[in-house]
Design a protein around this ligand. Structure first.
Ligand code: MG
Length: 159
C-alpha cells in the first residue's frame, strides 16, 4: 500500500494585457491571469494536490508570492520543484488529473501540449497526466470571464 491522495484548487483573476498561460502553454487570448507568478492556475492547483498528498503544506508556503524570486516565474519551474519535494519525501507520482474551469477561449486544441508540458516538468509519462476543461455555462465569476479556476487530484505512492 502506501498510497496517498491530495487535492488542489486555484483561482486567478483575468485582465486585459496579460498573457494567458495554462498548463505551461501560452494560449492566444485578449486576457490573461493577474498574478505574482505567470498566473498558471492549472499548475498551481496541481502543485497543491501533490503537496497535499505528501502532507507538505501548500504552494504559498514553499513559493511565497511576497518573494522577488518568484516574480513572473514560469510555473513549470514551481511544478518541477514541487515534484522534487515529493520525491525527496520518499514518494513517486502514480497519476494526476486536472480540471480547468474557464468560459473562453476554447482550450481543447491545447490539451495535448499541456499534458506534454506537465509530464516533462514532473519527469513522468504523459499517460500519468490528465487534463480536462469545462465552462461553467456562463455562471459565476468563471462564466462572466472574470477569472479562471482549476481543480486537481494527485495520487502518490511510497517509493
Ligand atoms: Mg495561483
Amino acid at each position: 500500500m502506501g498510497f496517498r491522495i491530495g487535492n488542489g484548487y486555484d483561482v486567478h483573476q483575468l485582465a486585459q494585457g496579460r498573457d494567458l498561460v495554462l498548463g505551461g502553454v501560452h494560449i492566444p487570448h485578449d486576457k490573461g491571469c493577474v498574478a505574482h507568478s505567470d498566473g498558471d492556475a492549472l499548475i498551481h492547483a496541481l502543485c497543491d494536490a501533490l503537496l497535499g498528498a505528501a502532507a507538505l503544506g501548500d504552494i504559498g508556503h514553499h513559493f511565497p508570492d511576497t518573494s522577488a524570486e518568484f516574480k513572473d516565474i514560469d510555473s513549470r519551474i514551481l511544478l518541477r520543484r514541487t515534484m522534487q519535494l515529493v520525491r525527496d519525501a520518499g514518494y513517486e507520482l502514480v497519476n494526476a488529473d486536472v480540471t480547468l474551469l474557464l468560459q473562453k477561449p476554447k482550450v481543447a486544441p491545447y490539451i495535448g501540449k499541456m499534458r506534454e508540458e506537465l509530464a516533462a516538468a514532473m519527469d513522468t509519462d504523459i499517460e500519468n497526466i490528465s487534463v480536462k476543461a469545462t465552462t461553467t455555462e456562463r455562471l459565476g465569476f468563471v462564466g462572466r470571464e472574470e477569472g479562471v479556476a482549476a481543480q486537481a487530484v494527485a495520487l502518490i505512492c511510497r517509493k
